[in-house]
Write a protein that binds this ligand. Sequence first.
Ligand code: COA
Ligand code: AMP
Length: 631
Amino acid sequence: MSGAYEDAYRLSLENPQAFWARAAQDIEWVRRPRAVSKELPSGLVSWFPGGSLNTCYNAVDLHVLAGRGEQAAIIHDSPLTDSIRSISYRELQDEVARLAGALLSLGVERRDRVLIYMPMVPEAIFGMLACARIGAVHSVVFGGFAAGELAQRIQHASPKVVLTASCGLEPGRVIAYQPMLEEAIERVSEKPQHCVVLQRPQQAWQFQEPRDHDWETLAAASPQAGIAALEAKDPLYILYTSGTTGMPKGVVRDNGGHAVALKWSLRNVYGVEPGEVFWAASDIGWVVGHSYIAYAPLLLGCTSILYEGKPVGTPDAGAFWRVASQHGVNVLFTAPTAARAIKREDPEGKRIGDYDLSELRSLFLAGERADPDTVAWCERALDKPVIDHWWQTESGWPMAANCLGLEALPVRHGSPTRAVPGYDIRILDDAGDPLPAGETGHIAVKLPLPPGCLRGLWNDDAGFQQTYLERFPGYYQTADAGHFDEDGYLFVMSRTDDIINVAGHRLSTGAMEEELGLHPDVAECAVTGVADELKGQVPLGFVVLNAGVERDDEELEAELVARVREKIGPVAALKQVCVVERLPKTRSGKVLRGTMRKIADSEPYRTPPTIDDPAILDEIREALRARGYAS
Ligand code: COA
Ligand code: AMP
């Protein structure tokens, strides 16, 4: 007998029209869609054509009208400022409508871009929703990125307005945003016309007239903006994510498919009901923050926790349990790296006992592979279901999960369980042919993708085709590798490209290589991700110096590390660079990054038959041994 998950999954693939038509009833439309989907030449579909809606209305105003006005929409819990602020749906409506009015007064029109470079404060979410209210397209840039990454995004998205704050906060230090934003603006050809700045007490912003505006003054003086009726296909946001080159990819999400899929997912994947408390312990700069701090909890009428702190050190390894207990969190979502950090400081999970976690039903983990040890530790320590689930910026919501809202399936450690309804996941070999259970290959999703997934890349149709659709015609290429077991459980093992995953942050080794390569003493370089007990992976750089350069290795390495930190941001976490004589390459000149990674991680490797000179691998091993790798 099949269960609720099996029934939903089958219906979603056999009759997606019926499946998604039903989910779409949960959204308040200005004009109901003409159809559920319409095929596009790319092989994707346009979801809910003819439909018109407003995402902000569905996430905010609707709940006030429905009697949730006094319920907390957002609770900002900030151990870094020692404060807790609760914002009701009614307050949220007022803040967002006035900020939207401010954007209109600055000349922001439909489809204009607004870049949001902000720390974990509620105003960041006000900014996203204000854009959604008037049909502007937001692009949030993670606060841990520095001037170089910021400049690339401003250059590409050409925002009319930047919403920012005077600073972000990290344990023990204040991150002044102005120097980074000024440098980024200096570097771009088309400058933003306005910056709206949230002045935080920890750091003052030097206002530049007439470009800069004080957030509070401007919003207070602005009338509330009305709600724009947008086409389902209109872009809601652009979120840049690391690709294999130094240039990030601008993933574009629409309004209609996004609202339907996100609301459906919170209920059916995470098992959350309206009015409950959901906490995604991530950052609004990542997709997890977009989908599960901002949009999904608000679309469903939940209370969303916005946490400005760390799993450890703010003040201790009990921080997550304190927050969960204090705010009655029902479902918590974080990255495995956060769980590893807690486990390292509190191996017995003793601090959990200090708090009442009776409201907490489950813990979801994603952002990187959830190693079985970490999952087992969380299960033991919490005595609640711990659910690994797999997705990416491009999908916007889970592709494989144990859908607790439908039916809890038995957990298998190391697997994010089964494909989520809407996703027809296949494992393909290099030629694009399907592989049987047990065999590892490329993880691909048969087209069309369900609603909520990317519609394309901002101003880059060719890049979209080439990155995701060309390699396996008829499929979306996830760039992850893995296999199914006999029961349809998916195992996601690694990336098939040069993207690495550091503490749940997706980073491009290509971007770091570009920065290292710009140093005047560097002839060529490579960056690879090596295993790290806490962060999963960390980047490790190799550089070959220009002929004739005589430098103290240590001094140069420190300079290179500082350069990447300054240009890309501290989040790149590149802490070690090895100066080597040569890089191992194939005869055609391709750097053997994978082989270097295996040597560093002391894994067995095969000397590639196409290698130019096998002796280089011995040199690399020696250089790595000197730094404590390759034991
Ligand atoms: N602004 C400025 N700097 C930031 C930043 C931000 N928003 N976020 C991180 N950084 C800095 C950190 O301070 C750190 O700097 P350091 O090199 O001076 O120590 C550096 O970037 C690396 O950050 P990160 O890799 O996140 O490590 P961390 O020391 O801040 O925390 C853990 C690491 C172990 C606590 C980690 O487990 C964690 O919780 N990471 C976040 C997981 C996450 O939310 N992932 C998102 C996907 S769900
Ligand atoms: P991001 O786009 O930043 O969310 O990163 C997405 C990538 O993180 C995926 O393509 C995977 O490589 C990895 N990832 C995310 N969740 C998981 C998971 N549960 N298991 C294995 N890898 C994961």
